[in-house]
Design a protein around this ligand. Sequence first.
Ligand code: A2P
Length: 325
Amino acid sequence: MSAKTLPLLGGAKVPVIGLGTFSSTDSKEGVGKAVLEALKAGYRSVDCAEMYGNEREIGDAIREFLATGAAKREDLFITSKVWNTNHAPEHVAEACRRTLDNLQLDYLDLYLVHWPMAWEHGGRMMPTESNGKAFKMAKVPLHVTWAAMERLVDEGKVRHIGVSNYTELLLGDLLCYARIPPVCNQIELHPYLQQKNLVRMCQSQGILVSAYSPLGQPTPGRAVNLLEDPVLQQIAKAKGITSSAVILAWNVARGIKVLPKSSNPERLRQNLAACSEVVLSDEEMKAIEALDCYKRFVGMRGTFGGAHVFERATGAGRLPGTSAL
Ligand code: A2P
């Protein structure tokens, strides 16, 4: 089975589903195995990042898959991201070279600025001040990083460039100076965090929205499990599918690319099928829209030294018993 596609600025097409590869639990080899399994099942897009630390294993899997002759390089859409410590122009170029080397590719289809903030280069991936409470920032403005990203396109190392975790204000700023506009903004997006204004802004500018953690990172023991939401379960039951399939189909219906992660062969297939086979009614779409409660599962409040990277959500619609962010 092959996935549906969505248009990119400039005319290219991207598969509507890509395999997410960030894992805090799976081994690097496990992620490589999942990538190979996914490609064999019909996935044609893989979402990587140097920060995830597994690009060599993913590259091995891609090479092994291409060697079977089941698809050619140009049939694949491979994304990676430049990490916060590599925002200076020379480091953007080096990071891209390393990623290409690890993924064993001549070019990337899409290269993203992973987070809109620059950290000190040369030490750890997460360089903190000695008190451990703040990240060591680097004096590299985002427009300088973007110009380095544009050079990668000029040099043919990457086909498209985009951003991740950008807010409306940052995107608006970027669009004022970009020689090559971003084709994509990859953000956390699921029924509990719908980011409606940001999605509207991206789509009005022709910028593809890609949803990371589209299933809300359902981890056993977590206080909130999106997959157990009663509304989603009710829709799923009525259609004889799973709540994950409902969530993925909801995003696809809105022209949003989804990046679910799975290392389970059966779920890999289910997720792929959901993106092309499940159709939701207007009523079901509206019921899901009403679930928005500003719940972020990627808790950057802790990660970024206590700083709020994103604006704190205000207003009604909070998940009962949880904080807004
Ligand atoms: P597994 O690898 O065992 O399939 P997200 O993409 O939102 O970060 O969620 C990733 C998590 O969701 C993984 O732990 C993955 O577990 C699980 N997952 C992926 N697909 C499904 C599915 N169809 N049903 C239930 N859980 C899923």
